[in-house]
Design a protein around this ligand. Structure first.
Ligand SMILES: N[C@@H](CCC(=O)N[C@@H](CS)C(=O)NCC(=O)O)C(=O)O
Length: 216
């Protein structure tokens, strides 16, 4: 039987969140690892906008937004209740902050040469002041009640928001891990480390060569 085909890029945070949800839902896919500089014709035919991830279902339906792929996958099967742990609107609000203002600041922090009017630390500090310190406080409040158990953005179990944000906070931390490890963001760091060390995250980050077709 034909499997869904996922056009993906290993390190792309949007593609990572899609792979997390597909794997969590137990949906087997053929995964085509794309070279972003040389996108396959089949991907561009399915989705001319040319961003990954793109999911092509055996029916021919194309889903080419990462959040839509997450929702589609979890609507098939959601064994740990990522969609129901917390009000979906709360998850979607956090994701909107992530995909909007946080992503803008993350890109400025990652590529400071494209924004020379400010030093790199300015973008980092703005991301912390406007977004990450808010998420950190939210997690810290959960920690204060959790008696040492891992905590998540919207409660004591992972929700859609945790999984959708994790790959982006990972990128932020990776820009300067030494700085991140010494920052005031302790609760966020614990949340990130817990998420990154999960078997699910490790599984979706397994390496594949560009152009390779793997089965996930
Ligand atoms: N809104 C899209 C954004 C996806 C996106 O921007 N992906 C990046 C890679 S991380 C991409 O494919 N960029 C096109 C390029 O670099 O050519 C989604 O949520 O799926």
């Amino acid at each position: 039987m034909a499997l869904p085909l996922l056009y993906s890029y290993r390190r792309c945070p949007y593609a990572i969140r899609a792979r997390l949800a597909l794997r969590q839902a137990g949906i087997a896919c053929d995964v085509h690892e794309v070279a972003l500089r040389d996108k396959p014709a089949g991907m561009l035919a399915a989705s001319p906008k040319g961003t990954v991830p793109v999911l092509v279902l055996p029916s021919g339906r194309v889903i080419d937004q990462s959040l839509e792929i997450m929702l589609w996958a979890l609507q098939q099967n959601d064994p740990q209740g990522w969609l129901t742990q917390a009000p979906l609107a709360d998850s979607l609000a956090l994701i909107a902050t992530n995909d909007g203002p946080f992503k803008v600041l993350l890109d400025r922090y990652k590529y400071p040469e494209r924004h020379p009017s400010h030093p790199q630390a300015h973008h980092r500090d703005e991301a912390v002041a406007t977004v990450l310190s808010v998420w950190n406080s939210r997690l810290q409040q959960q920690r204060d009640r959790a008696d040492g158990h891992p905590v998540f953005l919207l409660g004591d179990q992972a929700s859609l928001a945790d999984m959708a944000l994790l790959p982006f906070v990972r990128q932020f931390a990776q820009v300067d891990r030494t700085w991140f490890d010494q920052s005031e963001l302790q609760a966020l760091r614990a949340w990130l480390d817990h998420g990154l060390s999960s078997p699910l995250f490790e599984a979706v980050m397994a390496k594949a060569a560009p152009g390779a077709q793997a089965r996930a």
